[in-house]
Design a protein around this ligand. Structure first.
Ligand code: GLV
Ligand code: MG
Length: 302
């Protein structure tokens, strides 16, 4: 699986940002044709994105293009122009505001046709599906199973809050007056369950107050603690924080490796299913939990 701790949004209509993004240490970069691009700039943005993919240096990063949603008139041309123009340089397309499985199947079919017509390997380009409204969330289990191209489910908090009439203007923070818990818990868990059911990654969306790095860390930490794999970043200052928050601490990583070693020793040498590690009892389930932390730590180079 690709690492996606930090997923950097770059407006396709801004050549300066497209250039600058190439030097930044985000795990994923997504070149946007959707909401960060004004309607009058959509066509120019496609050309910028194709040129940036072909000519830019994106090595080491997952290269994604977000196309417009299927309620618009732009989606099919976004897909055709990007994949015909730079298909070999694209890892995934991101489809926003996905409402049901059929929308993902539409994209899968269109991709297959473009790949066949252009001599590209069929099925290599993946799909990221954004869950951004009530319909998408209610259908998320089916959406997650809609195509073998799917790699991630991505929460879109801004559109989501608008779609359910949540009474707030601040993305990612609790709505004013809501003091009893976490207004995002259900949504995040719902997306996470669907993602895990289909072996997909789960990615949290943007935090718009880009000057508030503490707020970013707090909100990113909430998703990371649940098991999310990463989060969008809108500004270079958020990248390092995301990479850190979505990697285990060195201490947790070392502990996980210790559990794996101890478990291995006890099950193979001493032939016991459960054993003590210090004051802690470990068994097969502990091994599985340790594997999760160890895998994330190894991916982060700890
Ligand atoms: C992202 O697309 C969002 O709506 O939050
Ligand atoms: Mg959105």
């Amino acid at each position: 699986m690709r690492s996606r701790r930090s997923c950097l949004a770059v407006p396709g209509s801004n050549p300066r940002f497209l250039e600058k993004a190439q030097g930044l240490p985000a795990d994923e970069v997504f070149l946007d044709l959707e909401d960060s691009v004004a309607p009058s700039a959509k066509e120019g943005a496609r050309k910028n994105v194709v040129a940036a993919l072909r000519e830019g240096d994106w090595s080491g990063r997952t290269r994604v293009v977000r196309v417009n949603d299927l309620g618009t008139r732009w989606t099919y041309r976004d897909v055709i122009e990007v994949v015909e123009g730079a298909g070999e340089f694209v890892d995934c397309l991101m489809l926003p505001k996905v409402e049901d499985a059929a929308q993902v199947m539409w994209l899968d079919t269109l991709l297959t046709q473009i790949e066949k017509a252009n001599g590209l390997p069929v099925g290599r380009i993946g799909i990221e599906a954004q869950i951004e409204n009530a319909r998408g969330l209610v259908n998320v289990d089916a959406i997650g199973g809609a195509s073998p191209r799917l790699e991630t489910l991505v929460f879109g908090p801004a559109d989501f809050m608008a779609s359910i009439n949540m009474r707030t203007l601040v993305v990612g923070e609790q709505p004013p007056g809501y003091t009893e818990g976490d207004a995002y818990h259900y949504v995040l868990m719902r997306i996470l369950m669907a993602a895990r059911m289909h072996d997909l990654q789960a990615i949290d969306g943007p935090y718009l107050a880009i000057k508030d790095l503490d707020g970013f860390r707090r909100v990113a930490g909430r998703a990371a603690a649940l098991g999310f794999d990463g989060k969008w970043v809108l500004h270079p200052s958020q990248i390092e924080a995301a990479n850190e928050v979505f990697s285990p601490t060195q201490q947790d990583y070392d502990h996980a490796e210790l559990i794996l070693d101890a478990y291995e020793y006890h099950t193979t040498v001493e032939m016991r299913g459960a054993a003590m590690l210090g004051d802690e009892m470990i068994d097969e389930a502990s091994r599985k939990m340790a594997l999760v932390v160890a895998a994330k730590g190894r991916a982060a180079g700890l």
